[in-house]
Design a protein around this ligand. Structure first.
Ligand SMILES: [Zn+2]
Length: 340
């Protein structure tokens, strides 16, 4: 295996190792594209939840090159596949009770498990999904994002015609808004950057609002003078959590969602006064196949993000160059690395 590893803060190094495909029911996958996400840039700039060294890139797509054991009938050599970025540990109390959904030690690619910025990975067949031909590689790189958003919709128990306020127009926020439209809810997306709002509009989001001092009145006008019963705060946005709490009505549900857990502060004073319910979603575990179906059904337009790409040989330099930039929201740092 040849790949790129983060050794320590700001240190990228090319690495080589040999791994034998000797475990039963594993496949060897040639990674053809990987996504170096904003979260991977956080790992590169120093994340005290990460144990270095680690191979970054939370997401990858590839082709099966070898199978050991009895592979599912549809996973023969050459099959395009999506290895799941988040897997259950198999050892914790919840996993031992077969409640993997609530695993307390998820293995997350690029964080506490090696990610996909490498040529080959060995993966258990039950953590690999087959990609239908209608789902292109660049779309597949956002499957994990869609899976996380699908879990949010599920946890919110979204009803048809219901308003959902989304605070934060990052990639996840815009995908979530599209999914809410698909499920016949009414998203209202809020951000403080014109660029993010324009991108959301291009993605077909009809109600977008600028996070300014008229926001409460504007939301009340859209929802018929009621504040929202369902609010989602995207942790990858740089907006103040007060906006989410301010727009939540009494007894509303507020969801904090995102891959990362930056230092977020919440003013519990208003939360207690309004008796808000909180839920948190930080991964798409269990919703990967549902996300692939959503892509195949064109529920989400991922082309709108137009993520930058680089060839594998130039990846290291490009990543180090991008690490110097500071961007927020839908334009935050994401890089597709091509290695075909
Ligand atoms: Zn577990």
């Amino acid at each position: 295996m040849n790949g790129i590893q983060i050794n320590a803060k700001h240190q990228l190094e090319e690495v080589t190792s040999t791994e034998a495909l000797d475990a039963e029911n594993y496949v060897k996958i040639k990674i053809t594209r990987s996504l170096f996400t904003s979260e991977d840039f956080t790992t590169l700039s120093g994340d005290n939840t990460v144990k270095y060294p680690v191979i970054p890139s939370r997401v990858g797509v590839g082709k099966v090159v070898e199978v050991n054991g009895s592979a599912p009938f549809d996973m023969e050599r050459g099959t395009r596949v999506f290895p799941h970025p988040v897997t259950a540990c198999g050892k914790c109390y919840e996993c031992l009770k077969s409640d993997e959904e609530h695993c307390s030690a998820f293995q997350v690619a690029g964080k506490n498990a090696d990610g996909f910025l490498r040529d080959f990975v060995l993966y258990p067949t039950d953590c690999v999904s087959v990609l239908p031909p209608t789902v292109k590689d660049n779309q597949a790189l956002l499957i994990d994002h869609i899976a996380l958003c699908d879990k949010i919709v599920d946890k919110l128990n979204l009803q048809k015609g219901e308003h959902v306020i989304i605070v934060g127009g990052d990639v996840l926020g815009i995908i979530l808004a599209q999914l809410i439209v698909y499920y016949q809810g009414i998203p209202i997306l809020i951000d403080n950057s014109d660029n993010n709002i324009i991108l959301a509009k291009n993605a077909g989001i009809y109600y977008t609002l600028f996070a300014d001092n008229k926001i409460e009145k504007n939301v009340a006008d859209l929802t018929g003078a009621r504040l929202a019963k369902k609010v989602v705060y995207m942790t990858g946005s740089n907006l103040n959590t007060d906006i989410a709490l301010k727009l939540a009505g009494h007894n509303a549900t507020v969801c904090f969602a995102g891959f990362g857990a930056p230092a977020i502060r919440v003013n519990f004073n208003s939360a207690i006064i309004k008796q808000l319910n909180f839920i948190c979603v930080n991964n798409g575990f269990g919703s990967i196949d549902s996300a692939i179906n959503l892509l195949a059904n064109k529920a989400v337009d991922t082309d709108v993000f137009n993520l930058p790409t680089v060839q594998g040989a130039q990846a290291k330099d490009k990543i180090l160059e991008m690490a110097q930039q500071s961007t927020v929201g839908a334009y935050s740092k994401n890089l597709i690395v091509i290695d075909e």
